[in-house]
Design a protein around this ligand. Sequence first.
Ligand SMILES: Nc1nc2c(ncn2[C@@H]2O[C@H](COP(=O)(O)OP(=O)(O)OP(=O)(O)O)[C@@H](O)[C@H]2O)c(=O)[nH]1
Ligand SMILES: [Mg+2]
Length: 591
Amino acid sequence: MSTKIKLRKKVKLGTASSKSSKDGGETQDFKKKGFRGNRNAQFSMDDVVVDVRYGDNRMYKKENGGRSNVRSKRPKDDGETLDFKKKGFRRNRNAQFSMEDSVDIHYGDNKLYRKENGGRSNVSLKINSKSVYERKFDGNRGFKPINDDCKRKRVYADRDNSKNVETPTRKVLSKRWNELKDGLAKGKRTTRVKSHDFEQPEKVKFLKGERKFRETESLDSNGGKKLRLKAVDKMDRGGISLMKTDAKNKFESRKQSEQNHDGYAAEPLGKFAKKKAHDKKSVGDDWAGNVDRRKKRKPAIRIDPHDISNKRLDDGIATIGHNIEKKEDEEKNTSVEMSKNAEFRAIKPSPSILSFVEDNFLGRRRLIELRRAGYNTELSAPLDNIPFSRSAERERIEESIFRNKLTFFAAANVSSSFLPPELPEIAFAGRSNVGKSSLLNSLTRQWGVVRTSDKPGLTQTINFFKLGLKLCLVDLPGYGFAYAKEEVKEAWEELVKEYVSTRVGLKRVCLLIDTKWGMKPRDHELIDLMERSQTKYQIVLTKTDLVFPIDVARRAMQIEENLKAKKSAVQPVMMVSSKSGAGIQFKNSAG
Ligand SMILES: Nc1nc2c(ncn2[C@@H]2O[C@H](COP(=O)(O)OP(=O)(O)OP(=O)(O)O)[C@@H](O)[C@H]2O)c(=O)[nH]1
Ligand SMILES: [Mg+2]
């Protein structure tokens, strides 16, 4: 049937066209079709082959990305002009030649297109007759021949293709396909597709009028076999059932042909083709009976209705096994914390504490609120925001005692270097970074006299400051976490303990507690020590601007309750913010 005429012509490098056919039929416009010259192209024997077979059976082969350094074979007669551009053979100067990239196009009575590599021009192109088509594809490949009326028609191995069987359109098929896949993914069994349709061999039992019946076997709940008779609509067979068996056939034939390594299947597949094959294969696998294989499901999320933070909680569908143990451990660990939190939230502050918090604008507040209350929110220095008291009396006291009178006069890192007490002393103790030095600054409105840092452990010695001629304020090093060596921190702690328990002239220790975190074991340790040594101490809640007003009140209430039995504790609990200045003016009255 097919006559092969091979002509090889060398096309000049850099020219934009090849020579016309012998009989002067239609001209191959290479320029138009992407065979433009490329002056920069390097000629190489390896990457130049253009085979064109004409006649009833046409065959084109073109490689090297459509560049002009090609050899061409011209046919005897020109049948049709090949519109390379239309078929996706656009010129691509940057295309890299690869043997893996190929495009095959078969023309004839049954036209067949195979296009790979995204339509790039490094292609081989063949036009064959029906016989070639049949030989190559064996009807099994599922490629789409094009009818004369330009309608796509599927070709199946087990079907008589000569009959013009009406098949569902591509759109309808893909819709059904998606429906089926969705049905399987959801674990629902659709009425059409059942697992035993694939697992058990089915037979058409008999025909009754227009309906066919098929016999299927399936396992019942007791493990026994059940026979079922199912009516099968003609359309059903022609549509979905046909589709799934053909998908199976396609997959199997592809697998076979890949194993054989002869004929068409021996051709190396391009990247795109491999991906396509893989996709088909996976789909084929599904249809071939791997319906048990479950799709990975996203763990369902539920929202805890009682959690105002709206955290998403895993309901544990996907976290079986060791994750459960992990969760249990976490629950154990957090249960203590959770109960503490719950305990804290259950605290009902006394009306006096609540009104104190409200009157002094303690807690996290909106700027507008602070501004209205007379706080200077425009100041750039973060801690230089102490409001002046609106009481003329208080202002007079502040002015005379605290304002601009703080002066550093001594530091000690061992008890032997303590100076003899000349003035009554008020010390500021607490964990590292709780805001001791900042409070000293905000009390006196002198920024820079006492050094502060966001890095815990800045103050490492006992620092003595004179406040006018009446008081001595003492900044103590912090305890707990700090950026310092363990032995150094231990030394500080010992020094602080020694100071608070033995210092003559120490009138009061302001024990600073972070409002957010409350009292920690080391704070209790120090309290016990001061109780033993009968040193007066007063709790000062710091950084109140970082928590809600209600929590400030709760924390104050909690501490007051804890300290009720303590003899050396001075009530009330103070609440301040060195940043906003809230609560500071009331501190002054203690002095
Ligand atoms: N938001 C806010 N931050 C504060 C407040 N008081 C202090 N800070 C910040 O907390 C950090 C620690 O402040 P310091 O005054 O150095 O704390 P300290 O207790 O002296 O720390 P050590 O000297 O390391 O023991 C600094 O970054 C301050 O700006 C406050 O009332 N509110
Ligand atoms: Mg400090």
